[in-house]
Design a protein around this ligand. Sequence first.
Ligand code: SF4
Length: 340
Amino acid sequence: MPIRCKEVSSTFARVPRSKLLENACLSRDGRQALVMRFQPSYIRLYETGELAGRIESLDRILKECVICPRRCRVDRTVCERGVCGVGTLPVVSSHNPHFGEEPPLVGWGGSGTIFMTYCNLKCVFCQNYDISHLGYGEEVSCGELAAMMLELQESGCHNINFVTPTHQIAQIVRSLPLAVEKGLKLPLVYNCGGYEAVETIRFLDGIFDIYMPDIKYGDDEAAARYSGAKDYVERCRESVKEMHRQVGDLVVDSRGIAQRGLIIRHLVMPDGVAGTREVMRFIAREISRNSYVNIMDQYRPCFKAFDHPPLDRRITPEEFDEALSIAREEGITRLAGITE
Ligand code: SF4
């Protein structure tokens, strides 16, 4: 069962009452319903001036960039570029209400996705390779990025969902106060590939209410071969632990809309390449058995996957069923689309 705000839960109890607002909201069927809604955490950081300090800290890291585990040490403040290919300004490929994300993010108004261009991972099977590898997108100012957030809020989205934010997080956080000043009040989603520097994630405490990392691999050999990240497992695990420490298990309001917490994605790949057993065991034992986990079946060969068997085929229904069975065996209780 999802944790709902009006129910008592240990996760919810950890959130200070001062962070909650009582709001009268229209429910999906148009009736007025009293809904407990979070005030997004970043509002407090903005009001106390702490957000300005985080912006300075992240900008300082850009000068010798160690924003992600690649640790390129290039000076991105003068537009030097490292592995990810992004310099000083944000680069965005699109911003739209998205209805294909997890139900607690989509609701009825959609998730306000902003697709950030390029990526710090080099997955040979990337399904968005035109954006992440080929750099489809445009450089924008921080003011323009803030305007996109406000436009998505205006169109009725439930959250602002930054897709592949890792390598552009300093630019995103720099844009945030410009949006807050003009009335942004939706929770932010950090929708990442899981190859994160835990030191950077610590700087995001109180800025993102929802973390949505992939956990792509259970072993580094596959991560090195298919994503060019030989330390993926350790970097991902320590970062997901930190994300969970900050926001806890997923909490939804009485309408089923995500307010705060962790959503984990795991894409099943052919021949067990994704290491589903190791991933589910890690989540159950070191994060929480109550983690909201989306085990995804939509793998299809893209980009260079045809040159890398067994990634040159879709998964079978049996492989997907086996992944679900493994999750249950390891004790995961909240499976997106299955148990809720
Ligand atoms: S964010 Fe980009 S430049 Fe910075 S360490 Fe990562 S890949 Fe390198």
